[in-house]
Design a protein around this ligand. Structure first.
Ligand code: MG
Ligand code: ZN
Length: 181
């Protein structure tokens, strides 16, 4: 089984500093839904790993989060794709959980669920903590410039093996070209 891990906010949908608290606030980035479908067609299962500290902060509850994820899954399916799993950390930064990225807990959950190692698996995100979590499990970190991506790019210290793409659609195009070779 070939897997690709996606961060959610700033990768699949537009980021908001005020958090995505309801399905109405969840707005896909152009091309991202089709990109998931293209990955599926190329033989990749696609899994989401997302920090949702807004739950821990009491800004929205788990029911709202699940409604947002139903909307996301439906939107992906309407574009011809499917998300094989949506893994989230509902905790806040002060909760000291082991799943909030940059910690690798969510990625370990994925390894367990699918009974595989994420070593070398592409993990696409827009934040430094996405890259750090990927590095912790020896996955292949990929940064997109959407969401907080531009900011993250400025934070990156020089010698870091991170590939950078304009957005999810462009990153996926690259990954699919690789497997065709
Ligand atoms: Mg993000
Ligand atoms: Zn957590």
């Amino acid at each position: 089984m070939r897997l690709v891990i996606l961060d959610r906010d700033g990768v699949i949908n537009h980021e908001s500093e005020a958090y995505i608290k309801s399905p109405d606030e969840w707005i896909p980035i152009p091309g991202s839904l089709e990109a998931v479908a293209r990955l599926n067609q190329g033989g990749f299962s696609v899994v989401v790993a997302t920090n949702q500290a807004g739950v821990g902060r009491g800004l929205f509850d788990l029911e709202a989060l699940k409604a947002i994820h139903r909307k996301m899954q439906a939107a992906v399916e309407a574009s011809g794709g499917r998300l094989a799993g949506i893994f989230y950390c509902p905790h806040g930064p002060g909760d000291d959980c082991d799943c909030r990225k940059p910690k690798p807990g969510l990625l370990h959950q994925i390894e367990k669920r699918f009974n595989l190692s994420l070593k070398g698996v592409s993990a696409i995100g827009d934040s430094l903590r996405d890259i750090q979590a990927a590095e912790a499990v020896k996955a292949r970190p990929i940064l997109v410039r959407t969401g907080y991506g531009e900011e993250t790019l400025r934070q990156l210290s020089a010698p870091r093996r991170v590939e950078v793409f304009a957005d999810l659609a462009t990153a996926v195009e690259h990954l699919l070209l690789e497997v065709q070779r």
